[in-house]
Design a protein around this ligand. Sequence first.
Ligand code: ATP
Length: 714
Amino acid sequence: MPEPESASGSASGSPSPSGADALAREKAHLAASRSALRTMREEVEALDIADVTANWVNKQAMEARTEQRIRELADLAHTPLFFGRLDYSGGDHEGHQFYIGRRHVHDGAGEPMVLDWRAPVSQPFYQASRTAPLDVDLRRRFGFTGGELTAYEDERLTGPAGPDPAPRTGRLLQEEIERPRVGPMRDIVATIQPEQDEIVRSGLGGTVCVQGGPGTGKTAVGLHRVAYLLYAHRERLARTGTLVIGPNRSFLHYIEQVLPALGELEVAQATVADLVARVAVRAVDSPAAALVKGDARMAEVLRRALRSHVTPPGEPVVVERGSRRWRIPAYELAEIVAELQERDIRYGAAGEALPQRIAHAVLVRMEEAGEAPDDRVQDAVARHHAVKAAVKAVWPRVDPAKLVLRLLSEPDFLAAHAEGLLDEEEQRAIVWAKPARGVKSAKWSAADAVLIDEAADLVQRTPSLGHVVLDEAQDLSPMQYRAVGRRCSTGSATVLGDLAQGTTPWATAGWREALAHLGKPDAVVEELTAGFRVPREVISYASRLLPHMAPGLTEVESVREAPGSLDVHEVPGGAEGAAEGAAEGADGELDAAVVGACRTALLREGSIGVIAADSRIPALAAALTAAGLAFLDPGRETTAESRLTLVPASLAKGLEYDYVVLDEPAEVVDGEPDERTGLRRLYVVLTRAVSGLAVVHRRPLPHQLTGWSPADPA
Ligand SMILES: Nc1ncnc2c1ncn2[C@@H]1O[C@H](COP(=O)(O)OP(=O)(O)OP(=O)(O)O)[C@@H](O)[C@H]1O
């Protein structure tokens, strides 16, 4: 371990260096650490694996590992090698200084120059406080500008209280959050807050569910938790795998760089639709049909329908071998079948076990007759055509997609298995008006694909991963929770969501029930209440909607004041004129006002999101183009040259922009099938801005936002 002098370069015992000197020493440590990292990389690059690998396969594997290691050791120009320092004044590390960074760096003698943020000795960087200093005397946070170390911020955790910044409002934290965004989501490793850190470091064994309002850092926490788990349980998770599940491609694209920036390159990403993509999805269900298809009762309907394929044996099995015939009577076959049905094994596995069970019964008879058959005889009997024929009749193979197809095509078949589970109206809601002819030509919906996935799991167990992060979970149906749950049945999960942002007809009403569907009823539910993204003025405005669409949920408490961050601009013309414009999907004056707001936002640094009801997107796209303002769609990465993104409200969830221009809130609400969902959608889009929100409207704002009630006199 380095002594204070060697780690910081500070002259021990001399008067405390001036700020400038201290900064110079820290810069020197950064330069020395960079050079040590370069040496580490050069050592890996120079490894001659030809000497240590005996064969081609090993060589390939070693080469891949070496390449990955070289990538992990890259010194990224704009990613500081360390962001903090801890000076220990007690415990095992008394008198030592540690620099905390994204990865471990050591010098030629193997002494650490930078410690991985995930190491136990780094934890006080996130957790220590004046009330619980955890043996740490000083915590230093570094500020960087374009990869250059330019500032630091100290907190004394022991001795008389000084003018230290409270961690929540620290200048560096504020600057970090407000640093203009271009490109994908960034990591928060330098500024993880204590309550976030507790979730990040919670053990691999347990499932954690995090409820948190917009911008409380749920996504960030989930991704950092994966990085932490990979550090703490690398071998196990390398074997079993990790997966991050997000709501759509744009969102996954937005978050995809966070884990690589933390040195983790092997985490898979998918949407729920990707996980269950066994058939091509080409149809959209009515809300009523999707609601029934997503209900957990469908799991039981499927189970019954599948099991109905087992037919009680009516005939004996007669196996001829040489001059002898062995006969297993029907009642004995029925006993074997009943025993398999009672056991908790998958339909397919039981079907595969049946021939061996029948063969075993034959062997018992052979032994009783004085023969001494061995395993080979049993295998031969199991493959005998009479046994195969019996198995086919009693326990036929079932194709999961065909099973669902039949349920949705044949009202009688559905009724037989939905009895006591779905009422007649519910059954009618899901049966296809026009029965499909085959699996390939059927017009499957997203919910149908989930049903097929459930059926497939009833036939054959879905392999489980080691850990799954499920983001924006509040929008999943019970059947979708089950689909995710079977992918972490022997592993654990991090479930992230906000009940107030649920915008599907089946949105999660409470986490306990959702976790039961996921198969993790004992998961711990944590709450994050501090808001990092949205400034106080904006979150208070958006939170006016809460009592109307998610009563009981408390307002997020923003850690940031940003006076002037909210601008509500009314375009004259009012209710009458706007109605016609809206009907045509175009409204020249409103469009012009939105373009104007974009121009104003473009004068500042950072990303700009223009968010509008999906129906307004074509008109706004045309207006922006006519005004010469280039824009991206949310699946594309912003760059310094193209900072403007046109976002349909339905895709805004989970995303964020430095500045948001929100077009016509009333239209966003009207774009949803009911008012509650509309207000929730509005809440989502009102909470996407980091530095400023401009609301541009011509129609009256929804009264829940203005506080005006329809009952009030005008
Ligand atoms: N401790 C932190 N330090 C710095 N930035 C943070 C911290 N926690 C969160 N943030 C930032 O706040 C913003 C919101 O975080 P994130 O997207 O994870 O929130 P969320 O709870 O998932 O939001 P939503 O519910 O809207 O999806 C991001 O820019 C993130 O980097």
